[in-house]
Design a protein around this ligand. Sequence first.
Ligand code: SAM
Length: 261
Amino acid sequence: MAACYQGFDPAAYLQYNYTAPRADFERQDSIVPWKLGCLHRAFTEGDVSGELLVDIGSGPTLYQVLSGCEVFNRVILTDFLEVNRQELRRWLRDEGDCGLDWTPYLQHVCKLEGRQPSVWTEKAARLRAVVSDILPVDVHRPQPLAPGALSSVGADCLVSCFCLESVSPDLAAFTRALGHIQGLLRPGGHLLLIGALGESYYFGGPGVKIPVVPLNEAEVCASLKQTGFTLIRLEVYTLPQDMRVGVDDVSGVFFVKAKKE
Ligand code: SAM
């Protein structure tokens, strides 16, 4: 799988998945607003809290921590590829020339929080202040982060979006990877997992076809159980026909809120 990622192009990936129609904030049925809504609810129900939030396989994206950054004092982003870590660093250092303008995302999440979209700059500043590290990660290793990257207690919450299924050759590898990241979480900590259903490939750039293990809801639930998580909620989004834009063969998306036993 590592070889498949060598041609990954952050700017193309962002263009394929994080612009309209998949990120159309005027549409109720667009995929990105659906994901942002799930994350917003999960982080504002009052049960997810603590000091440290870790995002596993961040890629070149930031949407997945826009709600969590208000709840946690420290956020760690991670990715396997240096090109993705670089893309994240560019935004965090406000260096310009980013692959995507995150402003509409920041505005949308401010709206979900009942704030004026115009205060998006405050959320951007908050995110830049709380992200303490952008680290390499490999979910296929029993210890996905470098030794000492986290305190021995572990993270209070993990977020991971479209990572495990798109780096695993089969269901067994997906479940093993889930077990590996479980080890980064403190007992009682929460996992917010978003992923593709029924997907066998996606494009990580022009001509860069990356295999994905096609999952169904029952398999996701079984993997969670096997790796010591208690499921709190599973939500499913079915892709409308016009969101099937030829950059993958995904049929749906799952959102999981779970707790480490
Ligand atoms: N989280 C982002 C999102 O929601 O769009 C990116 C998901 S992208 C489909 C999959 C990510 O997994 C890529 O950023 C890739 O670099 C990363 N990745 C590849 N191999 C990995 C590995 N062995 N361990 C962890 N992440 C890996």
